[in-house]
Design a protein around this ligand. Structure first.
Ligand SMILES: Nc1ncnc2c1ncn2[C@@H]1O[C@H](COP(=O)(O)OP(=O)(O)OP(=O)(O)O)[C@@H](O)[C@H]1O
Ligand SMILES: [Mg+2]
Length: 249
């Protein structure tokens, strides 16, 4: 079962000595239950802020964020964030990182092991389960980050350019993995990327944001989401052009 994620009239600014930095103002965005929404926008426009708010790591100054029926008032296992830069626990092994959430959440040992085995195999890291994060490449760490997020079986996945540091082939594999995970569980996904093709390959819908404070400049439904063939269709080409134009490319 998945839940929707609604942001209504959200305002957030970071305090700074030279005056507050307004990242979001009167910002509205809804991800329907089971929908995949991709967010594109220039660097510094507020995309990570948006995800941190949805994750409950930051609180809006104004407006509301609601997951399903519940106002977001802090972090919760039903909403998992995959960080832009990995944020693994350095003192835990790869397996320890993946099992961390379920362990804290009271999931039994056998079930925890099973989830970790499946996820580590899915991200291609079974062999490295005893390593520590510092012994891994950046791309491997990012894959552990994905497995760790999925281990809690979240209903909402918040992903901050999760595949940006991966090589092209691994990236394709991780996108395919995400699609198969989504097909099995239909999480609602809010996916930030700077790659228009990634947004077209993964999303049911995408939005292009303006520079800070982020406003939605363009919002489009993808005609044949997650259909690799459709990436070269005339409709998708037209969407790509529109998105690139909105991004100012
Ligand atoms: N901790 C902070 N303190 C002060 N300002 C911040 C802080 N974090 C972010 N900002 C500012 O808020 C704005 C939005 O930042 P955010 O990280 O959300 O951008 P972004 O869209 O994710 O950018 P990128 O694509 O580079 O990751 C930026 O202008 C940034 O300088
Ligand atoms: Mg960011």
């Amino acid at each position: 079962m998945s839940v929707s994620l609604r942001m209504d009239g959200v305002r957030f600014s970071y305090p700074s000595a030279e005056g507050d930095v307004l990242a979001l103002d009167r910002f509205d965005l809804t991800v329907e239950a089971g929908e995949v929404v991709c967010v594109l926008g220039p660097s510094g426009c507020g995309k990570s802020t948006l995800l941190a708010l949805a994750a409950g790591l930051l609180s809006p100054e104004q407006g509301a964020i609601v997951a399903g029926e519940r106002p977001v008032e802090g972090p919760g296992v039903e909403r998992a964030l995959v960080f832009q830069k990995h944020a693994l626990f350095p003192w835990e092994t790869v397996r320890g990182n993946v099992e961390f959430g379920p362990r804290v959440g009271g999931v039994g040992e056998a079930e925890r092991r099973k989830r970790a085995d499946e996820l580590l195999s899915a991200v291609g890291l079974s062999e490295l389960d005893g390593q520590y994060p510092r012994q891994l490449s950046e791309g491997q760490r990012q894959r552990v980050g994905l497995a760790r997020a999925l281990a809690n079986e979240p209903k909402v996945l918040l992903m901050d350019e999760p595949f940006a540091s991966l090589d092209a082939l691994t990236r394709r594999q991780m996108q395919a993995l995400l699609v198969s995970v989504w097909q099995a569980r239909r999480q609602s996904i809010l996916f930030v990327t700077h790659d228009v093709d990634e947004a077209l390959a993964l999303g049911d819908r995408f939005v292009v944001l303006s520079a800070r404070p982020a406003k939605i400049l363009l919002e489009r439904r993808v005609a044949r989401p997650r259909d690799p063939e459709a990436l070269y269709s005339p409709e998708t080409r037209a969407l790509r052009e529109e998105a690139l134009r909105a991004l100012g490319a």
